[in-house]
Design a protein around this ligand. Sequence first.
Ligand code: AMP
Ligand code: MG
Length: 421
Amino acid sequence: MLLTSSLHVDEARKAIAKLVDELIKTSASNDGVSEIETVSLDQAINRILATDLLSPIDVPAADNSAMDGFAFNGKCLETKDSGIALAGKPYEGSIGPGECLKIMTGALMPAGCDTVIPQELVSTQDQHSITFQQNQLKPGNNRRLRGEDLQKGKPAIAAGRLLRPSDIGLAASLGIATLPVKRKLRVVILSSGDELCALGQPLVSGSIYDSNRYSLTGLLNRLNMEIVDCGIVRDDPSSLKAAFIDASTKADVLISSGGVSVGEADFTKQIMQELGDVGFWKIAMRPGRPMAFGTLKAVPGKSCSTLFFGLPGNPVAVMVTFYQFVRAALLQLNGASQTEPTLMQAISVEPIRKKAGRTEFQRAILGRNAEGRPTVKITGSQGAGILRSMSEANCFVILGHDQENIAAGDWVDIALFDGLL
Ligand code: AMP
Ligand code: MG
C-alpha cells in the first residue's frame, strides 16, 4: 500500500480509483457489488442503471406537428383550410395540393403534409382559407420527424447513469415501468473517540456530541446507499478491532471517523496490519490532512474485501474528505460512469490567503453581483472543527495545489453542495 509523507490530492484520488477498480474486478456476482436488481420507476431515483436502456419504440412514433397552426404540403404554399387535427385525434383524410388542415402541437401530420405554419404567422384566416408570407417558412418547418429523438433499439440511457428525475421521466415516456439497477452499496459508519457522547446522553465535562455519524448519514442518504450504523467505538485496540471485524461482515465499505491523526493512529495502524492492507496518508490538503485508506480482508461468507476509509475526526474535515475522496469511490464501486461533481467558477468578493503546496476547500456562499456575474464569499472562520461554516455555506471554493493568494475580483473554482436536477 502507498505510504508517503505528503500526498497530492490528485495522487490520492488516483490511488483510490485504482484500488476500487481492482475490487470491482474481484467482486463475484452472487454477493458482489455487481449484483443487479429490478426496481419500479418510483424507486429508481439516484440508483445506478445497470445495463443500457434500449428504446422499444421510435420517439416520436410518427411525424407530428411541433406547433399549433396549419399543416400542408410545403411544395404548394397556397392553401385552403380542410378541417382540424388534434393531438391524440389524428385526421383520417388526406390533404391535397393547395389544401391545409388546422393542426395542434403533437397531432400526427396528416397524409400529404410535411410543413406547419404556426398560427401566429397566419395573417388572415376565414372559415375556408388562410394567408401568410411565403418567405416566413421552408418546406418541412415545424414538423417533428418519426424517431427524431430516439430510434427503436438504440440506447436511450447508457449503463452507469446515476438516475435523475429526467431519466425516470424518459423511461416512462418509452412505456418502461421498471429498470435494472445496481444493488445499493452497504456502508458501515462508525465514530471513534473516548470523548464522544451519543445523542440523548448528558454531556459530561470534556465530552462532545458525536456529529460525524449524522453528517455521514446525510451524505450517504443523498447517494441512496444502505447505511449500517455501528455507533461509537472507544479508543482501545480490542474494541476497534472487534468493530472493524463486525463491519467487514456487514458491508461493502466501512467509513470511520477519528483516530487517524498523529498520536492516535499508531494503534489503529497495528490493528490494520492484522485485518487488511491500509495506508495512512498525510494528504496535502486543508482541511482533512490525515486519512487512512485501503481494504479489510474478505471474511468467511463474503467474496471480496471491504473498502475502508478512516476519515479524520474533525467534523468539517469529514465532510471535505467525503466530498473529495469517498463520494467518487462509492459511485465508482456502485458502477456509476460519472463520478466527479461539476465544477463552476465564480468571482471572489474578498482576498483569500492561500499557500502553494496544498489543495484547500473553503466554505462559501455563491451569489451574484450587480452585473449578474456569479460571486463567492467565504463563510467566516474556516477551522476544521467549525461545522457552522459548512452549514451556512452552499458551495466549496476549491483552491488548487499550486495556487497562491487570491485577490478580490479573481475567478475561483467552486463546487455546489446541491445538484440542480
Ligand atoms: P481525531 O481525528 O480523533 O484526533 O479528532 C479530531 C477532532 O475531531 C477532535 O477534536 C475530536 O474531538 C473531534 N471529533 C472526532 N470524532 C468526532 C465525532 N464523531 N463528532 C464530532 N467531533 C469529533
Ligand atoms: Mg480521536
